[in-house]
Design a protein around this ligand. Structure first.
Ligand code: THU
Length: 154
């Protein structure tokens, strides 16, 4: 029997977002400056807002032995977990900067989605994800289920 699963997300322009959400995008844009990406020249910034208002930033950190590097999202998620244990993460904003220096989309990879899923189940509350595509197009996911359907569980 064929079945269909629908994924829900919202699309906003930068101006339509709440000020706190715009500020998180700005923090993610700032974080692109700390990327270490000499191999791809693709700079990714991530910024998390914790339940206590703290903002934690991350950026991609590459390595000459490619798999040893890490995406911006996991850099930020693991930093938050290590430095602010037990504090829920409300929101994650992600922005890419291409080799020409232009802001562009960075939709999270599968491994980062899996780590977001684990964080959500640990904190027992939704983790909103904001993906910047352009100033006219910001996708908002109200939880990881929309980004990773049929999440692994035991
Ligand atoms: N990258 C991220 O940091 N986040 C994403 O969502 C996708 C890709 C990084 C990994 C690598 O350093 C570079 O972008 C190119 O793949």
């Amino acid at each position: 029997m064929e079945r269909t699963q629908t994924i829900h997300y919202q699309e906003y322009t930068l101006n339509e977002l709440a000020a706190a959400d715009r500020a998180l995008i700005d923090a993610a844009i700032e974080a692109t400056d700390t990327a270490y990406a000499p191999y791809s020249n693709f700079h990714v910034g991530a910024a998390l807002r914790l339940a206590d208002g703290t903002i934690v930033k991350g950026s991609n950190q590459e390595n000459i032995a490619y798999p040893s590097g890490l995406c911006a999202e996991r850099t930020a998620l693991f930093a938050a977990s290590a430095q602010h244990p037990g504090v829920a993460i409300e929101m994650l904003a992600i922005v890419g900067r291409n080799p020409e220096g232009v802001l562009t989309a960075a939709s999270p990879c599968g491994a980062c989605r899996q780590v977001m899923a684990e964080q959500e189940s640990r904190q027992e509350s939704k983790l909103r994800v904001l993906c910047y595509y352009s100033a006219d197009k910001i996708l908002v996911f109200e939880g990881v289920e929309s980004l990773l359907p049929f999440i692994f569980s035991m």
